[in-house]
Design a protein around this ligand. Structure first.
Ligand SMILES: Cc1cc2nc3c(=O)[nH]c(=O)nc-3n(C[C@H](O)[C@H](O)[C@H](O)COP(=O)(O)OP(=O)(O)OC[C@H]3O[C@@H](n4cnc5c(N)ncnc54)[C@H](O)[C@@H]3O)c2cc1C
Length: 545
């Protein structure tokens, strides 16, 4: 994925499909379109998964809460959402096994009646899974069984019900989809923002007018079909294509706070089944930390990044603490992040938590813009399939089979969790580092090892507490299109969402390594590191931690 080559293609070639937005939806559409043999381009304003798709709870699930709502409200839309999620769970796990894994979730209960309720509910939940699904079914655990799995849980609990869903590294999964699209012949570029369109005499779109945000240069991209996958920002593109349209998206903010792993002290996740505002909250182990979230609030300032604030920290800790013997405190919060759900507007009098998370493919007759609206991470592949099916039928006049369910993503082919031992023999690096390299890069790890061999410094860790190496920055800039310090720290590795202190501390080293690959001078190295440092400082101020 050499960015300069991709930009040259964007400028000079004409595409069947141009996908706008490089989150899960856009990367998914680009891959599907490429695999059906269409000449496809994908452009992303910031970085792959920079917005919602790197800020999710990271569950591959049907949604137990949606199932409960479906039954309570006789709501078939919710039910089909659950069914879609559980059907896709198996495929998401299978196609990138280095980036996704089964996760046990434990729901503590305070009486046997509650235990019975959740056992019945979670058994029904399991029935919706795909026939190919291999995850274990749900199980009622005694108090002593659950305390063995999660030793820090409160002594007040009666028992717990355990079930399985999937967990993914959302940012790297999205990158792997985009990389696979590129490997199969697609043209993909990050830091390219679409800010206008050219039309023919009938008002139909013929070219997108974009800007390369790294250089400020204009990029005109010609295509037959334009697919808007900009998630919470979808209305901006819709109205750019046709100002007569009315707004459809109702963004909803959700945040997570990051705590030390030891707060819960086990490999399983905790599901808190009821919050004061009628939602569920998860405490999930993720890459050595505990991720606590989420919230659900209307959000209308799309120009401002939705970051974790003090009120949200307090709410999340108050929700978690009744389930612990030793209470978590605000000073335990080491990082946090917020994202915007791209919910489709329904009745404005309802809160966002009542809105269905299913997707819709919208077609604007006047401009011919296709927009993929709503949806969830879990169903990204299905959403992309529906979109490209529609595009084929309505606009391209063809019918080619969708094969994304069979497409193993970059890094996932022949993945073996024990491969870290070979990496260790080859490199002599410590076990924790080799495990991290294997899990992060999968079958692409040997290519990374070649980069490490170029320079002794690249074998050195960025920070002694974490397994990340300086050479990963070079690798990310060379092969994964990382262009900024934040591309690397927030999305190529996940340090920004795990540990603000350390992310800030290593930002200069990251800028230096990235600068050596991308040809930055000293002034640029310093300004990129300083800009990142102030951003993280702003996160701290807002969360007051
Ligand atoms: C707090 C939270 C928790 C969630 N948890 C889960 C979960 O556990 N499981 C699950 O299945 N789902 C979950 N979701 C939902 C899921 O994350 C989203 O549905 C999904 O990531 C949306 O992907 P997207 O590609 O549609 O949007 P985005 O990821 O936001 O991507 C849209 C992209 O378009 C780009 N863009 C915008 N304007 C332009 C432009 N003019 N030119 C070029 N590019 C542009 C943006 O930069 C952005 O990267 C969660 C969501 C939130 C907010």
């Amino acid at each position: 994925m050499k960015r300069s080559d991709q930009l040259e293609q964007l400028r000079t070639e004409e595409f069947d499909c141009l996908v706008i937005g490089g989150g899960a939806s856009g990367a998914g559409c680009a891959l599907d379109s490429v695999l059906r043999g269409y000449k496809t381009a994908l452009v992303e304003k910031t970085d792959f998964a920079a917005e919602t798709s790197s800020k999710s709870t990271k569950l591959i699930h049907g949604g137990v809460r949606y199932l409960e709502q479906a039954f309570k409200n006789f709501d078939f839309a919710q039910l089909s959402q659950v069914r879609h999620g559980l059907e896709e769970r198996h495929t998401v796990l299978k196609n990138a096994p280095h980036l996704a894994r089964p996760l046990a979730l434990v729901t503590p209960v305070f009486s046997w009646i509650e235990g019975l309720y959740f056992t019945i509910g979670l058994t029904i939940y399991g029935w919706f899974a795909s026939g190919k699904d291999t995850l274990p079914g749900s199980k009622w655990l005694s108090k002593s069984e659950v305390k063995k799995r999660l030793p820090r849980l409160s002594d007040r609990i009666h028992s717990a019900v355990m079930y399985y869903d999937g967990q993914l590294d959302d940012a790297r999964y999205c990158l792997a989809i985009a990389q696979t699209a590129a490997a199969k012949g697609g043209t993909v570029a990050n830091h390219v923002e679409v800010n206008g369109f050219e039309r023919d005499e009938n008002g139909r779109l013929v070219a997108a007018l974009a800007t390369d945000l790294r250089t400020g240069e204009p990029v005109r991209i010609r295509a037959k079909v334009f697919i808007n996958c900009t998630g919470p920002f979808a209305d901006r593109i819709r109205l750019m294509a046709n100002p007569q349209l009315s707004e459809r998206i109702r963004p909803s903010k959700g945040v997570h706070a990051i705590l030390p792993y030891e707060i819960l002290g086990g490999e399983d996740a905790l599901l808190i089944p009821k919050t004061p505002d009628g939602r569920v909250v998860f405490a999930i182990p993720f890459q050595g930390k505990l991720m606590l979230g989420t919230t659900d609030d209307d959000y209308d300032n799309l120009a401002k990044e939705p970051i974790l604030d003090k009120r949200e920290v307090d709410f999340l800790l108050e929700t978690l603490n009744p389930y612990l013997n030793e209470k978590a405190q605000p000073e335990h919060v080491g990082a946090g992040f917020g994202g915007l759900r791209p919910l489709i507007a329904a009745d404005p009098s309802k809160g966002t938590k009542g809105l269905v998370r299913d997707h819709e493919v919208e077609y604007d007759q006047n401009s011919s813009l296709v927009s993929l609206l709503g949806g969830k991470w879990t169903t990204y592949r299905l959403m992309a399939k529906d979109t490209i099916d529609f595009v084929e039928e309505k606009l391209l006049g063809e019918q080619r089979p969708c094969i994304t369910d069979q497409q193993i993503l970059v890094g996932g082919d022949n993945f073996d969790a024990n491969q870290w031992q070979n990496l260790q023999q080859q490199t002599g690096l410590p076990e924790a580092i080799c495990k991290h390299l294997n899990q992060h890069y999968g079958s692409a790890a040997p290519q990374l090892v070649e980069v490490l061999a170029e320079n002794e410094t690249w074998r050195e860790p960025l920070h002694e507490q974490y397994p990340y190496l300086q050479g990963e920055v070079v690798y990310a800039a060379r092969y994964e299109m990382a262009c900024t310090v934040r591309d690397f720290l927030a999305r190529r590795i996940r340090l920004e969402i795990l540990d603000w202190d350390v992310a800030q501390q290593v930002s200069t080293k990251v800028a230096q390594a990235m600068g050596s690959e991308l040809g930055w001078d000293q002034a640029q190295i310093e300004s990129e590191a300083a800009a990142y440092g102030s951003l993280v400082q702003q996160f701290r101020v807002e969360a007051q931690v």
